[in-house]
Design a protein around this ligand. Structure first.
Ligand code: G16
Length: 496
């Protein structure tokens, strides 16, 4: 332990308490060196206790370029169990590192920590902080270098399966082989739009798409200096404006900075964005069609959050599909999705994937339902994956022979708006588990309730919660018109 404490003296301490939020630690990169050093120790401890490789992904995903962050990836390639988050946060922030670790820290500590990072300028020096910690403790580090978040999750999963450090070819081969199988069987009909303009957000997803090199996908926003700046999935989804340098006219899609989110839209000034709700509806339609064609049966469950447009939930329920609402954060969606034989989970912002029970996949294979099996296997089983989702969406559009307009017309969105407000209330607002209700402050909850009930006939609904990745409160409102959504948001903002 002395060696570790000694090594920590060379690392710049944080200036304030930093919480393990929606997607791990995330804030200004300059405040993170000590958080990285200490999280390296937690990952090593987890590697020791599980006797598996444990990963740390260095990314601030959709956040601005001066931010950074990290999340621990468990040995199955999925997120760190929620039960470990509190301990990680304590270790990262404690004033007494030796005391906090002492009860759990074994004298024979060993293990391997895998590291991956997106293409932020601050990443490599932060990765070094992890390396210093793990080396001081006597552990081993294997650095995968610059990778997307879903690529890293997949590599952690595969490396643990084989017991070796896999390389990125494994990920590329998986995407290429599964996507090609579907694309060959489903060329798409007259309505399918064959060209796609893809906004890479200046992020690391561009590397994967350049290697895969599909001639019908045109890549835009390849300069890392513009990471998430007026481009990317978050910008398209929240601002609803055409990302920088994207051409007018074609079917378009945007990745976010670390390529775990995907949204679609037509190239025009004011966007009608097809986010997670639409991807859910599209996958469900295509999968149901494939199951009917191949004469097999499976029960699809949809998992999402309170941000999903109510029209999508109503539509899915009308189709007989069970929908479960959980808190924001893919970790919650992923956990719930595991409970169901086939589940499609997405947040409205385009973050999600599809899971299946392996017994169900074996059943489909035994029934020679080749296309159903390929469709399920194309989804990244570890985490939301913009590239895998893009191929699933394109395969689905071919299977359905839909244009983007056809996809948009499956149901009509209820008008809605989401805004971000900087307010000290961020630290005091508490929500119910599913985040649909405000519990504290009680006065604020009552005042919001009064505003919403004034507009009950206009089908008003709101979701207000502090962000776990940015210093803001998010206000989401649905109502019969966009004007009314703006008015309601204005009234609520005055309370903040
Ligand atoms: C992360 C999480 C998502 C979440 C998003 C926004 O996405 O992984 O589950 O929806 O942040 O979270 P919040 O509303 O708490 O700021 P990403 O793509 O940035 O990793």
């Amino acid at each position: 332990m002395d060696k570790i404490i000694q090594a920590g003296l060379s690392i710049q301490p944080s200036t304030r308490y930093i919480a393990y939020g929606t997607a791990g630690f995330r804030t200004l990169a300059s405040d993170l060196p000590m958080i990285f050093f200490r999280t390296g120790l937690v990952a090593l401890l987890r590697a020791y206790e599980t006797q598996k490789f444990i990963g740390i992904m260095v990314t601030a995903s959709h956040n601005p370029i001066h931010d950074n962050g990290l999340k621990i990836v468990d040995s199955n390639g999925e997120m760190l169990p929620i039960s470990w988050e509190k301990f990680t946060e304590e270790v990262a922030n404690t004033k007494d590192l030796a005391g906090t670790l002492s009860e759990r820290w074994p004298s024979d500590i060993n293990g391997t920590v895998l590291i991956g990072a997106d293409n932020r300028p601050s990443s490599s020096s932060l990765v070094d902080c992890i390396k210093v910690a793990v080396a001081a403790a006597g552990g081993i580090v294997h650095d995968f270098g610059v990778v997307t978040t879903p690529e890293f999750h997949y590599l952690v999963y595969k490396s643990n399966l084989s017991g070796n450090f896999e390389n990125t070819d494994v990920y590329i081969d998986y995407l290429r082989s599964k996507a090609s199988a579907l694309f060959n069987n489903f060329p798409g009909g007259e309505r399918y739009e064959r060209t796609l303009d893809l906004d890479c957000a200046g992020g690391v997803g561009m590397n994967v798409m350049q290697i895969l090199n599909y001639p019908w996908i045109n890549l835009y926003n390849l300069d890392p200096a513009y990471l998430n700046t007026h481009c990317g999935a978050e910008y398209a989804h929240k601002d609803r404006k055409l990302p920088r340098s994207m051409p007018i006219g074609n079917k378009c899609a945007s990745f976010d900075g670390d390529a775990d989110r995907l949204v679609y839209y037509y190239g025009k000034e004011d966007l009608e964005v097809l986010g997670g709700e639409r991807l859910t509806v599209l996958y469900a339609a295509a999968l149901n069609k494939l199951m009917t064609q191949e004469g097999v049966q499976g029960k699809i469950t949809v998992v999402t959050t309170g941000y999903s447009n109510s029209a999508s939930i109503n539509y899915l329920k009308d189709q007989g599909i069970n929908c479960v609402i959980v808190p924001t954060g893919v970790k919650y969606l992923h956990e719930e999705a595991h409970k169901h034989e086939i589940s499609i989970y997405f947040e409205s912002n385009g973050h999600g994937t599809m899971l299946h029970h392996s017994a169900k996949l074996e059943e489909f294979k035994a029934q020679n339902a080749e296309n159903v099996a390929n469709f399920l296997a194309l989804a990244n089983r570890t985490v939301g994956d913009a590239a895998a989702d893009l191929f699933l969406a394109e395969a689905s559009l071919r299977i359905m022979d839909w244009s983007l307009n056809d996809w948009l017309n499956v149901y009509q969105d209820i008008p809605n708006l989401m805004v971000a407000v900087r307010t000290p209330m961020k630290d005091v607002i508490k929500n119910s588990w599913d985040q649909m209700e405000i519990l504290e402050p009680v006065d604020f909850a009552r005042n919001v309730g009064e505003i919403i009930s004034k507009y009950a006939e206009a089908k008003a609904r709101t979701l207000i919660r502090p962000s776990g990745t940015e210093p803001i409160v998010r206000i989401y409102v649905e109502a019969v018109s966009l004007e009314l959504c703006k008015q309601i948001i204005e009234e609520i903002s005055k309370l903040l």
